[in-house]
Design a protein around this ligand. Structure first.
Ligand code: NAD
Length: 477
């Protein structure tokens, strides 16, 4: 049992104002693995005031000093890599081997890359008779989800600190333990008191105080669209800046010119399935809708069934596992509900189903599942499922494919697979999404990431992700 009974506020590990605790559950064993404080509005207030008090001095530090702090944090993450990877593997269910690379390696890269970005970003530039100054936006509230807990924290904390902002972090109550390790690393790296503060608690309590508080200048939120809307409403009262990274229902278009024979077909389908099932489908940018030329549907289905039969569901700590459990009982039931609804609405189940995978009655496991003949009106084609559930949607021609791809409130990511690079780019331009992966193009940790439409606004990572945390002032001469 990992018992965390302090909050990190004003450079110290302080006793929370309330007595409440929140349990953290191991996704593979269903056992309580730890507890964290259930923060109160008073805790949130204390952290905000600490961040406010630290802002003037931190915002004036030379960029090089901030960059050096970020590099020390990055090294600290690398030093504690397997400890954090194991924590997240238990909290979230991602296989440990992948957790090392994605749940810890990526955040370490983000801290390092933001050190580089702040060194390179000109603090001043001239525009005709004006001098433009880039300044930190102020006190930032960072509210984050559970699926890539530390990655999403890094996407906010690293650029905010680099820009000269001070931060109050409220991590997800479902996977908060990794955030305590980060706080220890930031403390050991020598961040001045109040520059980074950690308050755990629930969204409706701590999250809402942060979103509404007049001393918070910006709220950077990642999570569900519903909670993002609530945060925006609260933040509007004090006209604070709001960055939102929300849900997705991302399409993967296999174009009709793609080589769909033999090994090439396997590659095309496997790329889509991997893009859907990463982290058991608990990925905001998951490629959950595979769009296939109607004439090729039977071959694609057969290959998809063969690929899924190779997926190894099991414990995150078994080296053979490729698909771990879902994060929680609530999430598993939500996903099973979607699977049942897909069947009820007439989609054709070609792999998996709502029952537990054989021999895995304990742990929040869900079978890797595929539906075919899914129409855009069906709930499973419209709503984010956040589990290992792929829907295959047949299309008639390119026009139809683009129409189906864009027929969603979301617009986070997408994928295009084609033998013709120029055609793939032409189709990608027509997708109303923040990112598009062409022929399996890999995640780029410094490319801007964010959504169109109800997937949010603002961009994270790289230079654009840094500029989110800055104001621009113009001096006229
Ligand atoms: P969630 O919205 O339930 O919670 C996210 C965070 O918001 C948590 O810290 C939670 O405590 C807080 N919160 C909840 N209600 C709040 C409120 N009323 N006021 C303030 N804060 C509140 O989401 P989740 O279940 O943790 O994460 C899954 C969702 O996150 C999915 O929809 C997924 O698509 C989305 N997500 C998006 C991205 C992205 O970058 N676009 C990345 C990861 C996850």
């Amino acid at each position: 049992m990992l018992v965390r009974d302090r909050l990190f506020i004003g450079g110290e590990w302080v006793t929370p104002c309330g007595q409440g605790t929140l349990e953290v559950v191991n996704s593979a064993t269903e056992e309580v693995m730890g507890t964290v404080p259930e923060g109160t509005p008073e805790d949130a207030e204390r952290a905000i005031l600490a961040a406010r008090a630290a802002f003037d001095s931190w915002s004036q530090t030379p960029a090089e000093e901030r960059a050096a702090l970020l590099e020390r944090i990055s090294r600290g993450l690398n030093e504690r890599q397997s400890e954090i990877a194991a924590l997240v593997a238990q909290e979230v269910g991602m296989p440990f081997v992948l957790s090392n690379v994605i749940q810890v390696g990526l955040p370490a890269v983000t801290f390092m890359s933001m050190a580089e970005e702040i060194r390179q970003l000109p603090a001043e530039e001239t525009l005709a008779s004006s001098l433009l100054l880039r300044e930190p936006v102020g006190v930032v509230a960072a509210i984050t989800p559970w699926n890539y807990p530390l990655h999403q924290i890094a996407a906010k904390v690293a650029p905010a600190l680099a820009a000269g902002c001070t931060v109050v972090l409220k991590p997800s109550e479902v996977a908060p333990l990794n955030a305590f390790v980060l706080a220890e690393i930031i403390e050991a790296a020598g961040a001045p008191a109040g520059v980074f503060n950690l308050v755990t608690g629930t969204g409706p309590v701590v999250g809402e105080v942060l979103a509404a508080h007049p001393e918070v200048d910006m709220v950077s939120f990642t999570g569900s669209t519903a909670a993002g809307k609530r945060v925006s409403e609260l933040a509007a009262r004090t006209v604070k800046r709001v960055a939102l990274e929300l849900g997705g229902k991302s399409p993967y278009l296999i174009l009709d010119d793609a080589d769909l024979s033999g090994e090439a077909l396997v590659q095309a389908v496997m790329n889509g399935i991997q893009g859907c099932y990463l982290n058991s489908g608990q990925t905001c940018s998951a490629l959950t809708r595979m769009l296939v030329p109607r004439s090729r549907l039977p071959e694609v289905e057969a290959v998809a069934q063969a690929v899924v039969s190779q997926v190894k569901v099991g414990s995150p700590f078994d080296a053979a596992t490729t698909l771990g459990p879902l994060v929680s009982d609530v999430q598993r039931e939500r996903v099973r509900g979607h699977i049942r609804q897909g069947v009820a609405e007439g989609a054709r189940l070609i792999a998996g189903g709502a029952e537990s995978p054989e021999g895995l009655e304990r742990g929040y496991y869900v079978q890797p599942t595929i539906f075919s003949d899914v129409t855009p009106e069906m709930t499973i084609a419209r709503e984010e499922i956040f589990g290992p559930v792929l829907v295959i949607q047949p299309y008639e021609d390119e026009e139809d494919a683009v129409r189906i791809a864009n027929a969603t409130h979301y617009g986070l990511a997408g994928g295009v697979w084609s033998s013709d690079r120029e055609r793939a780019v032409r189709v990608a331009r027509r997708l109303r999404t923040g990112q598009v992966s062409i022929n399996g193009g890999a995640f780029n940790p410094v490319a801007p990431f964010g959504g169109y439409k109800q997937s949010g606004n603002g961009r994270e990572f790289g230079r654009l992700g840094l500029e989110e945390f800055m104001e621009v002032k113009a001096l006229q001469f």
